[in-house]
Each structure stands twice: as structure tokens, then as C-alpha cells.
Design a protein around this ligand. Sequence first.
Ligand code: ADP
Length: 648
Amino acid sequence: MVWLKRALKSAQFKMLMLALSAGTLLTLALQTFELNLLEAYLYDFRMRNKGARNHAEHLVLISIDDKTVEKLNEFSPLSLKQHVTLLNQIGKAKPKAVAYFVDFNDSVLADVGSDDRVSKKNAEEFVKVADALHASDIPVILGTEIDMTGEIVPPFPLSKLPHRVAILHVDGTTFSEDEVTRRALFSIYDETVLHVRLAALVNGKTAAKEYRGVYQMPDIDANYFLINYAGPTQHTKRNFSEVSALDVIEGKISTDFFRNKIVLIGSKTKDRSNDYVYTPFSRTTFTNPKLTIHANIIETLIDDAAILQTSKAFDTLLSILLTTLVIVMLFRTTPIRGVVFTVACALIVLLLALAAFRYYGVWIRLSHPLMGIFFSYYVFVPYRLITEYKKRWEFQKKNEVLMQVEELKSNFMSLITHDLKTPVARIQGMAEMLARSGVEPKLVTGILSSTDELNNFITSILELAKIESNRINLDKRSKDINKIIEDCVRKFEFQAQSKKIAIRSELDPLFPIKIDVPLITKVISNLIDNAIKYSPEGAQIMIESGESLENPGYVEITITDTGHGIAPKDLENLFSKFYRPKNDVTLQTKGTGLGLYLSRYFVELHNGSLSAESVEGRGSMFTILLPTEDSSEKLAPPSSLEGEKAYV
Ligand code: ADP
């Protein structure tokens, strides 16, 4: 529970809530726009890329095509006389059913020219043949159109035959305004259409609820479903078994072709644009024959494969989820990653939607989620950039101020140290004169040691200031290190004796190496000084030098004492600026915490190293390694400056 409370109060949670609200608002705002054109495009894209469905071989198509019309010297959809011959031929083959997607009013017109009696005779003949087929259990059904008044019944006497509505829906206002056929009528005024009637011959299903994806159109008393096209609908890429009416009339098609099949008859000629529609596969005229679309509709029903649409609530949720996700990402990562994420997110959603369509026949509306993704990108990336720039600008300002402070500090340091040094030197000189003139020696030594201490402090500060302003230039000369060590030992003899400390040295003969003598002298002096300062009375100091055995090419100098030693936690920070361990010995001993920092810096300027080992209470050992060869003319900045810490 505590973690829940903490999580609810966390900055991340607040940010998430903010993004969620922004995502929701954006989604709701976008939903006031229909975006049907985009949705239609995305729908068609999926339809075209879903892959072809396997064909159930239930349907055969007879097209009244250009060849038929030309050869018979007729107009599409042929005169009734020709239809009588056609139906007779089909009937012989014992099909499962015969369905006409033909406007017989046109056929009657085609009979004009011959006189009325002939026309009537042909029509009656047609009805007779159809009735005979009915009697042998082969339904012959005429597809009809509808207009404002309802079904347009075929002309008498054809109206005596079974007929059913068989229209193609084109998207005009319900979805998109591009006149593409994507959905089909299932029933109107409670009457199922011809397609359902034919599908029922195979699967026995006639009720809307028995099929997937059938939905009601709220405004009209009609049910619809989305056609799951078997494949491309262009007549050049035929999916269905199809023959020309002429070949059937001329008896060129074997009866096996029609046996037990549902035969669909329709017109497909180049002089009737009405024979064609637009589909997701093509939007050029004279390309997608209505007959093929009817076959696709019937087959969608036979396979019960209508496309399912997700609910409005699902679409809204998906859109909110994705926009929120993109907003969160845009807030959390760099603008560049934000772009990559946005594009990747859109692509993944597209691919998932494509997969859902392809494998499950589910249509997830993509226009709002995709627009949500891109809008959040356009709204939030500039915001993000502005905050980023603001941060950078503030950082720059701060940096400028820091640089000014740094300059002030270094000016102040050199000013103070120079102005302090001169009077201290004067006091020192005068105290020496006093000592020589026989004044109480204790007093004078007091003055002298205090001025020494002050002097050391000022020198250290001066050196630090020099380091920090990069003003140190090495003045290298060949020098025997042992000579320097001996000089230093001599310098500290008196100080050591006063604490009864013995300094021993074991110095192997060495070739001179190139070093900055004053700097290295300072390092060795400082280490001997520390060894004396941080060791009790009677301790021992050992100074050794020689070629390093572990590091060939280096001279190794070790200064070992049997003093108080250093605790492991202090050992880590020993070489940091101003660091002084918090223990009694250190507190009672005067110092700045700069000696070791400067020593390591000076040694590293020579491309060498300074390290310390210690056992608390037993003593410490400091090791200096200096290269024998002057390997580099240009020195890399000492590592001790990188990521340094200061203890002030
Ligand atoms: P300072 O001696 O002015 O305090 P240094 O940088 O020379 O500054 O030394 C830092 C600290 O390291 C000292 O305060 C001391 O506590 C510890 N230290 C240095 N050398 C020794 C040593 N030989 N034995 C024990 N402690 C030491």
C-alpha cells in the first residue's frame, strides 16, 4: 500500500496522468473529424495486401461479353431469345442454381424490333424453361434493382419467376465518397438479398445472426456486411471459373463445367459502364465487372468470411493509448529518439492492423490512432525542443557565471598570496636578525616556525592557483635522484632528531634522469615531512631508491615510516584537494591537505605515479615512480585533475 501511495505521488505518475489527459483530449478532438478518406485508403491498402483467399469451387460465371454481343449481333444483356437458348444449355448440365444479374427490362428492349408478339413468346418460353428447371429442383432466380419505391420487378411474364434484390453498394456517404464497393447488402426490409439466398444453398444459413460481421445500418431498415474479396477483381485477373455466354450458347462448354455449381449470369461489355464498379483493387472504369463482385459477395457469405469491424469504443481506446504512449516517449527521450519512436510506433500499428486483417479478417480503424500519433508528435516535439533549448540556455548562463567566479577566484588568490608573502618574508628576515643579536632564542624560534608554516601555506596555495590556471611549465634537467633525496634528508635531519626519529636510506646507484628539480624536490620533501609529522616519537623512516623491478623503465622511490598509518577509508581520498582525515593525530598536526594532492600532480606531470599503502597503527609507505626516459615532449594532463574532488 505504501508503495502504491508513493507511486501515485511520484513525478512519473504525474507525467503519465498529464500525457493521458493530453492523449485523451487529442483523440476526442480528432474524433470530431471523420477522416473517412484516409480510413478508406488504409482499408483498401489492407484489402489489397491481405493475400488471396482459397476458392471454394461453388460458383461459375457466364459473362455476356463483347465477343458474345459482336458475334450474335446483339446488345448486352442479349435478347430473351438468346437467353432461352442459354438457359436451355445450362439446364442440360444440371447446375445447383442459376442466378441472373441481368436487367431484363433491357432484354425486353432488345427484343424491340421484332414485334411484340415475338417478344412475349420469347418471354413465355423463358419462363417455361425456368419453371421446368425449378420442377427438377434447380432454382432459377432473377436479380433485381431497387429504387425509391422498392424492388424493380422484372417485366411480365418474367415477374412470375422468383426474383430477389441484387444490388451493389457503392460507398457514397456512409463511409467514403469515392464510390468504391466495399460492403454488401445482406437484407432490406427483412428480405434477404439474392446473394444470401444462393449462399444458403451451400451452407443453409439465412439469418443475419448466423453470419459473422453482419451489422445494421441505423438509418435504413437494412443489414450490411463487408466483402472479403477473394483476390483482385480486375477482369484481367480472373479468380472465378468464367466462360463467355457465346461459348455456352454455341454448346462449346462441357456440361461437367456447370454440374452442381451455382451459375451466375451477368453482362460485361465495353459499351456499358454500368456493368462495372470501383473496388479497393482498382478505380478505373471498365475494370471491375459487377459479375465478379457479385461472385465475391456470395463467396464471402459461403465462407462466412465477412470482415469484422472493431467497435467505436475500441478505436477510441486504441487511439488514446497510442497517443499517450507517444507523448510519454517524447517527454522522456531525446527529440531524435522521439522521431524514431513515433515512426516505429506508427509502423508497428500498421503492421499489426495488417496482420489482424489478413489472418483474422478484422478491420481496426487506423485513421484516428495514426493521426493521434502524428499530431502528438507535431504538438509535443516543438514543446520538447523549447524546454530543451531553455535548459541549455540556462546551463550556458550558469557556466558563464561560474567562469567569471573562477577567474575572480584565481585573481584573488594570486593577489592575496603575493601580498601576504612579502610581509611574511620581511618578518622572517627580521626574526633571523633578532636571533643573531642574542634575544631570547625560544621567542625567536617561535616566530620563525610560525612564519615557516605561514610561508608553506602560502606556497601551497600559490601552487594550487598555478595548477588551476594551467600555468605550470616543466623545466626539465638531468639530475641524479639520489642527490635530491640526500639533500632532502639533510634538510629534515634536525626536525627528525627533535622527535627522535631515525631516517635511514638505501639508495642504489642510478643514472641521472630528466626531471624538474624543484618540483620533485618538493614532492620528496613533502613525503619526508609527512612521515615525520604523522609518526610518534622514536619512529623510523626508511627511504629507498632504485630501478623498479615491477615497472621496468621506471625509477622507484619509497618512503616508509613506522608511524600512525592511514585508515582504509582515508586512503581512498588521500590525494584529493584539501583532504585531511578526521583523526586525533591529524587534528593536532598543522597542515593544509594540499601536500599530497600537489605531489601527485607534480609526479604525474612527469608521466610518473605516486601511490600510498598503509596499515593503520603500523605505518605507511609512499611510492614514487618516475620514467627513466623522457618519453613525451608534450605532456598529457595529469589524471589527478580529471574528476577531482575537493574537500574544503
Ligand atoms: P597535510 O599534511 O598538510 O595535512 P597532505 O596532503 O600532505 O596534507 O596529507 C594529507 C593527509 O594525509 C594528512 O592530513 C595526514 O592525515 C595523511 N598523511 C599523509 N602522510 C601520512 C603519513 N606518512 N602517515 C600518516 N598519515 C599521513
